[in-house]
Design a binder for this molecule. Structure first.
Ligand code: IGP
Length: 280
C-alpha cells in the first residue's frame, strides 16, 4: 500500500462512522439553513497579485507533529490579517490531527474563503464540507477515477463551492482539465512517497490551460521559494509547515505575498514585447 492508499483506508473508516451517526438525508436538511458559499473564482481573479493559501496544519505523515495549534481560529485570523486569500484547514484526523471542528472554528473567525483539506472520496464528504462551512474543497486526482472526479467536481459546484483539483503529473493535470477543473494545484510532494521536488511545478505548469488558475502546493520554506513558484507561473501558493512553525504567521503571509507578487510582475514584464512597454 502507498501512503495515500493507507490514509484513504483510515479516512473511509472514519467516514462510515460519521455517516452512521448522521445519514446523508439528515445532513442535507441542515444545509437548508447554511449561508451560501463565497464566490471564490471571482475573488481570486480580482487582482494580479500572488495569492497565498495559508494552511492550518498540526502534523503530517512526513514530519509528524509540527505545531500544537490550540486555537486554530486565532491562527486563521492572523493569516487573514496578513492578507491570505484562502485559509486551508486540514480536517483529516489520523495523520494530520485535524477535525471538522477546526473547519467550523476557522469559518466563524474569518471572512475570506475556507478550504476543506482532506481526502475526499465520496459525495457525503462534499455535502459535509458545505455543512461545516467550506467554500473550497480539495479533490485529489490520484485518489479518484475519472467518473468519481467528474461527479465530485460537479456536486461541489452545484453546492456553490469551488474545487481545488490537485495533480502531481502531466497526465493528472490532463484528467483535472477533462473533468472541468478551473482551480488546478500541482502538489510538488508525491503523495505516494512523500518526497518534495519543487521543480516539478515549473515543468508541469504549461499543461494548465490559460482559463484556469495555477496553484503551487507544498515545500515552501521561505519567501524565496514563493517567489520561485510565482516566477514560473503560480497564481496561488499553498503553504503549511513554514507558516505553522515560523512564528509571526501574519508577517510571514505578508512577506510571502510581497515576494510572490514582485516575482509575478517581473515575469509578466519579461514576457511582454518591448513594443508594448510604452515610453520606457
Ligand atoms: O506543509 P507544506 O509543505 O507547506 O505543504 C502544504 C500542503 O501543500 C500540503 O499540506 C498538502 C498538499 N496536498 C495535500 C493533500 C492532503 C494533505 C495535505 C496536502
Amino acid at each position: 500500500m502507498t501512503v495515500l492508499e493507507e490514509i484513504i483506508a483510515g479516512v473511509r473508516e472514519d467516514l462510515e462512522a460519521r455517516e452512521r451517526a448522521l445519514p446523508l438525508e439528515q445532513l442535507k436538511e441542515q444545509l437548508e439553513f447554511a449561508t451560501p458559499a463565497l464566490d471564490v473564482m471571482s475573488r481570486l481573479r480580482s487582482n494580479p497579485d500572488l495569492k497565498i493559501i495559508a494552511e492550518v496544519k498540526r502534523s503530517s505523515p512526513s514530519k509528524g507533529a509540527l505545531a500544537p495549534i490550540e486555537d486554530p481560529a486565532s491562527l486563521a485570523a492572523a493569516y487573514e490579517r496578513g492578507g491570505a486569500a484562502i485559509i486551508s484547514v486540514l480536517t483529516e484526523m489520523r495523520r494530520f490531527s485535524g477535525s471538522l471542528a477546526d473547519l467550523k472554528a476557522v469559518r466563524a473567525a474569518v471572512s475570506v474563503p475556507v478550504l476543506r483539506k482532506d481526502f475526499v472520496v465520496s459525495e457525503y464528504q462534499v455535502w459535509e464540507s458545505r455543512a461545516w462551512g467550506a467554500d473550497v474543497v480539495l479533490l485529489i486526482v490520484a485518489a479518484l477515477d475519472d467518473a468519481q472526479l467528474a461527479a465530485l467536481l460537479k456536486l461541489t459546484e452545484s453546492l456553490g463551492m469551488t474545487a481545488l483539483v490537485e495533480a502531481h503529473t502531466e497526465a493528472e493535470i490532463a484528467r483535472a482539465v477533462a473533468a472541468g477543473a478551473t482551480l488546478i494545484g500541482v502538489n510538488t510532494r508525491d503523495l505516494k512517497t512523500l518526497d518534495v521536488d519543487r521543480a516539478i511545478f515549473g515543468s508541469l505548469v504549461h499543461a494548465i490551460p490559460r482559463g484556469a488558475l495555477a496553484v503551487a502546493e507544498s515545500g515552501v520554506r521561505n519567501a524565496e521559494d514563493v517567489a520561485d513558484y510565482a516566477a514560473t507561473g503560480a497564481e496561488l501558493v499553498l503553504v503549511g509547515e513554514a507558516l505553522v512553525t515560523g512564528g509571526e504567521p501574519e508577517a510571514n503571509v505578508r512577506d510571502f505575498i510581497a515576494a510572490g507578487s514582485a516575482a509575478r510582475q517581473q515575469a509578466t514584464y519579461e514576457s511582454t514585447p518591448a513594443s508594448l512597454d510604452g515610453e520606457s
